[in-house]
Design a protein around this ligand. Structure first.
Ligand SMILES: NC(=O)c1ccc[n+]([C@@H]2O[C@H](COP(=O)([O-])OP(=O)(O)OC[C@H]3O[C@@H](n4cnc5c(N)ncnc54)[C@H](OP(=O)(O)O)[C@@H]3O)[C@@H](O)[C@H]2O)c1
Length: 260
């Protein structure tokens, strides 16, 4: 199995490192328009293609990881060579139907990863075009298994997923930042405060996952009647914290729709 990757930027390089763990770096070939990035790929132990056509010819699965502004020109250029290949695209806003019309291909999987793939902990959604077989899907899941948690979703939820989990690392970071500032306000230095907050978040997530608890379980478990926690929770409720978060994701989703 040879994987060819177009684009060795933020996402392409991050995914390549994860994919390299499952198929082997020697079986992963990169083509980036920028020679420096091609050289970097070779330094990182990957194969590098001298031109886009060579990459198409040697690859069984082709991953498209270039910017939305560059993708249509690229797909038109290589369309004659990728019609029969398994095409995986992470390009935001580009539908499987549009990829099919640009390439004439049928085996198309659209993927939305988030930046957490850089540490192999991505939250990744995918949707399959009509011509994708069960075997194609199995190959895809195997190749991407080192990138993080993978969820199959309907294509019409892709913009919502992009808002929730694609933009999500920034939203979570906003919350981490606010808690960090709260720690500083209470008298901790900022480095200590950040360590406390990261440990707090990691521990809370682990508690939910390992004990099968949902957020309400934890809120009620920690909030004793008339105690400290319920005062903080009441303040969050009063100021509309939940509504702010829900609307944050909705605004991001609307923007994804407009861009698409
Ligand atoms: N960043 C995220 O969090 C995120 C999340 C989900 C999905 N995505 C999607 O991931 C894709 C890549 O994003 P990114 O942040 O990794 O972009 P990036 O860092 O700009 O990487 C794209 C790379 O592709 C190169 N390139 C441009 N045209 C090419 C061509 N025809 N053939 C080969 N390489 C070409 C670019 O070179 P030049 O710089 O010289 O143009 C650049 O090195 C985007 O479509 C985006 O929608 C991103």
């Amino acid at each position: 199995m040879k994987v060819g990757i177009f684009g060795y930027g933020n996402m392409g390089s991050g995914l390549a490192l994860c994919i390299g763990k499952t198929v082997g770096r020697e079986n992963t070939v990169i083509y980036d328009i920028d020679e420096n990035k091609r050289n970097k790929a070779v330094e990182d132990g990957f194969g590098s293609a001298i031109d886009p056509y060579f990459l198409c010819d040697v690859s069984d699965l082709i991953l498209i990881a270039v910017k939305p502004t560059d993708v249509e020109g690229l797909l038109r250029d290589i369309s004659g060579r990728i019609r029969e290949k398994l095409i995986v695209s992470i390009v935001a806003g580009l539908s499987t139907e549009r990829i099919a019309s640009l390439t004439g291909g049928k085996r198309i999987i659209r993927v939305m990863p988030n930046v957490n793939v850089l540490v192999g902990k991505g939250t990744i959604a995918y949707t399959c075009g009509e011509g994708v077989s069960n075997e194609d899907e199995e190959i895809f899941l195997k190749v991407f298994s080192g990138c993080g948690d993978i969820f199959k979703i309907k294509e019409d939820l892709m913009n919502s997923f992009t808002a929730l989990c694609g933009s999500g690392p920034a939203f979570v970071s906003q919350f981490v930042r606010a808690l960090n500032l709260a720690g500083v306000r209470e008298g901790f230095d900022s480095q200590t405060s950040l360590k406390l907050v990261l440990s707090l978040i990691e521990g809370t997530v682990t508690l939910m996952k390992e004990k099968g608890m949902d957020p309400d379980d934890i809120v009620y478990m920690v909030s004793s009647p008339g105690g400290t926690t319920i005062e903080g929770v009441r303040y969050m409720e009063e100021k509309g914290f939940g509504g702010i978060v829900i609307n944050t994701v909705r605004e991001a989703r609307k923007r994804a729709e407009n861009i698409g």
